[in-house]
Design a protein around this ligand. Structure first.
Ligand code: NOJ
Length: 740
């Protein structure tokens, strides 16, 4: 080979390499930043404000006529609720072909626990104590949503909720920040993957930032007043986990926090989110929460509201139009700087670039039909529902039922209801696709088994006219399964309750069926802890099915007849009565912890201080023993790591799942510390007689807290370690943290 040929070959190789070597992350980032800045440099003030505007489509998914014109003029950056590949493409074509700068629109929608294939409500899914399920269900939701032209979901909802009166407790992962963080992380990964611009992935939105679940009295949208320690230790962790998992957006909440509305709160929106956590995506307001700053009384008019929200760090305004209407005046009056405005626009554009919207603005209309309710999605929905249902009671092995019983009475207002299992946020789920419990039971039993059905009563209302028929059916059957609980409309947004009792005449229905003397199994279909003391005291078996989604009925039947052995646990405390609320496992000890014999201790005169069911509680058709708790060392330094392990053994006759839970307590510290804090959990499947050692690693991130100076510290001293099958039944030991 001549030297010229060698040189030529090398050159060729170098060129090929250039094309083959993938662009690095930092290259891609700087490309995006360059594209954002060059676009920003071309934008008029009106176009910039347009990118910060999100407007609502019609409930059925249509866009509104004005959207066409606004997008054409570059005055609308995003919509909510517009969906369907054809409709989103129509709007997008206007953006890409007719607007001056050809900035694609971003279509958002609430696919909270599924788009068409509906999964259990998030509170139910969290009961699985298996975050990988949260990832898998979110991945299906992303795939379906992406294929109907929507590239952004307002999920995951990661609000901690300690108050079951609050209807939105159903949308989150319950009361615990550690469990909540695990599900937040998993769901973000499920929606976004490593790259939300990838096919079948979408942009996620962690909401509602922040402390929305702390609403006083459990009344939705209500004020919250919390210490910064409580914010940082209880309410922030799931959001931090979402940010660390790469979530692209957050939604600012409706509530005020310590006197400053969350949608105008520079502390949460800028100091914590941007300065401390380095979040570089964008924040969208909640629905009209910018304009509502007037009602909060911190803005005299929309002009003030826009200034307060934008300056605090809310980048995009959902539905109200204060930014667009008053932005120019605010700039002119110097109440809003161009730098602040540009930064908000930059954040929105950055996400649009990362999402690949500029390069791939349209959705393939031909794929839409095949994208929904795929058999594998339905199978997953059934699996997750089965793994999310909590067995609350099972005396004398009432469950599982035999498939060849002579007759079963299926009773109750929710036995054949197609709407309730879909929950309040049912995406684009269709009732006709729901498998009801009655249908699930009918498919499961043998051909000889007679399945009778009587509604008995409605969920709401006062009529007992149907009781007689239901009682007669129970009398003539071998066993009765009664489905009671809540309607979809009774949970979710704006569905706060002052009572946690079963609504309407449902308890009396259960009592009437129980009075027949037939074994009465109660299945709850609901979205919040309910005070069901009578049922717990009197009926032999109770299954908490939550609102289990499209495949709920099949999943319930899988459990009732033993094809699935329940292994889920409560992610939230069940109170005996609403008067105990707020009641949560990770409370402080007080100076006078409850003692039965001592009047002057922290308890109630009229009801026990203990819950009906504690956090982490749930039974199985088999039994487990947790024993032999071991630590890798008797002491560690403040920066050290400790391995905690315990043995778990299936001591029963069936294969089953146990969730081994690890709790800690910092015995003496410079601030009061909770009596227990969950710091690890593992759901394990064991065959009868099988024994396994489960390990957890604890480090400074588990052992510290925010001290009086608002510094995160691990303080030397004694820690208690507790391991168990729920937050009450634990075995324990101690270890020491030393200064170094
Ligand atoms: C209000 C709700 O609070 C929020 O969760 C939801 O994403 C928006 N509406 C949009 O539907």
């Amino acid at each position: 080979m001549t030297s010229r040929t060698v040189k030529f070959a090398l050159l060729l190789l170098a060129l090929v390499c250039c094309f083959l070597v993938p662009t690095s992350h930092s290259q891609r980032t700087s490309n995006v930043e360059q594209r954002v800045n060059s676009l920003l440099a071309q934008m008029t003030l009106a176009e910039k404000l347009g990118q910060l505007q999100q407007l609502d489509g019609e409930a059925n998914g249509n866009y509104r006529p004005e959207h066409l014109d606004l997008i054409r003029k570059g005055l609308l950056g995003s919509t909510i609720n517009v969906r369907g590949a054809q409709r989103t493409n129509q709007l997008q074509r206007v953006a890409m072909n007719e607007s001056r700068l050809k900035i694609p629109a971003l279509f958002g929608f609430d696919a909270i626990h599924g788009y068409r294939t509906i999964f259990p409500i998030p509170l139910g899914e969290a009961s699985s104590f298996d975050p990988s399920l949260g990832e898998r269900s979110a991945a299906v939701a992303a795939q379906e949503t992406n294929n109907v032209g929507v590239r952004w979901t307002f999920a995951p909802m990661v609000d901690i909720a300690r108050d079951p009166r609050w209807g939105r407790i159903s949308e989150g992962s319950g009361e615990d920040p550690f469990l909540g963080a695990a599900f937040a992380r998993a769901r973000v990964r499920g929606f976004q993957g490593n790259d939300y611009g990838a096919p079948d992935k979408i942009l996620a939105c962690a909401k509602h930032w922040v402390a929305y679940g702390a609403a006083e009295g459990g009344r939705d949208y209500n004020t919250t007043d919390l210490s910064e320690q409580t914010l940082r230790e209880i309410y922030f962790p799931p959001f931090k986990a979402a940010v660390d998992a790469g979530v692209g957006t957050l939604m600012s909440s409706f509530n005020a926090i310590n006197g400053v509305p969350a949608s105008a709160n520079a502390f949460t929106l800028t100091k914590v989110l941007r300065d401390e956590w380095k979040f570089d995506g964008f924040v969208v307001s909640d629905y009209t929460s910018v304009k509502e700053l007037i009602n909060h009384g911190i803005a005299a008019n929309e002009e003030d509201a826009a200034a307060a929200a934008l300056n605090a760090g809310v980048d995009m305004e959902m539905v109200s139009r204060s930014y667009n209407t008053f932005g120019p005046k605010l700039i002119q009056q110097k109440r809003l700087s161009t730098a602040t405005l540009d930064e908000a626009v930059r954040r929105v554009l950055r996400i649009k670039f990362r999402l690949g919207l500029f390069d791939r603005p349209y959705t393939d209309e031909a794929r839409e039909a095949n994208a929904l309710l795929r058999p594998e999605s339905l199978r997953l929905a059934r699996e997750i529902a089965g793994r999310s249902m909590v067995l609350l009671k099972n005396d004398r092995e009432t469950l599982p039922l035999g498939k060849n019983l002579g007759s079963i009475a299926v009773i109750g207002p929710l036995a054949d209801d197609r709407r309730a299992p879909l929950g309040w946020w049912s995406g684009d789920g269709k009732e006709e696709n729901t498998v009801t419990p009655l249908a699930g039971i009918k498919t499961k039993v043998s051909a000889q088994t007679k399945v009778g059905y009587a509604k008995g009563c409605e969920v709401k209302g006062d009529s007992t006219a149907g009781f007689e028929e239901a009682v007669n059916l129970a009398k003539s059957s071998d066993v009765a399964v009664v489905f009671v609980g809540e309607l979809a409309e009774m949970v979710g947004e704006a569905a706060s309750h002052a009572s946690l009792d079963l609504p309407g005449r449902q308890l009396e229905l259960v009592q009437a069926i129980h009075a027949t003397g037939k074994p009465t199994i109660v299945v709850l279909v609901n979205g919040r802890p309910l005070s069901i003391g009578w049922i717990v005291d009197n009926t032999p078996a109770i299954l908490e099915s939550w609102m289990g989604g499209t495949e709920s009925g099949d999943a319930i039947a899988d459990i009732l007849f033993g094809d699935v052995n329940p292994g889920a646990k409560l992610p939230v405390t069940f109170p005996r009565t609403v008067g105990q609320v707020p009641i949560y496992y990770n409370h402080m000890n007080t100076g006078r912890p409850p003692e039965a014999e001592n009047r002057y201790t922290s308890k109630y005169y009229d009801v026990p201080w203990t819950p009906l069911f504690p956090f982490g509680y749930g039974l199985s058709y088999t039994t487990f023993k947790i024993s032999n708790l071991q630590l890798s060392a008797p002491r560690i330094s403040v920066n050290g790591k400790l391995t905690v392990s315990a043995e778990v053994e299936n001591t029963g006759r069936r294969a089953g799942d146990e969730v081994v839970q690890l709790y800690i307590r910092d015995t003496v510290a410079s601030m009061t510390r909770p009596v227990k804090e969950l710091k690890g959990f593992q759901r394990v499947t064991l065959q009868p007689g099988e024994k396994r050692r489960v390990e957890f690693v604890l480090g400074p991130e588990h052992l510290g807290f925010w001290n009086r100076e608002m510094r995160y510290v691990v303080e030397p001293g004694e820690f208690r370690i507790m391991v168990g099958a729920n937050s009450v039944d634990v075995i324990e030991t101690k270890f020491e943290v030393t200064p170094n």
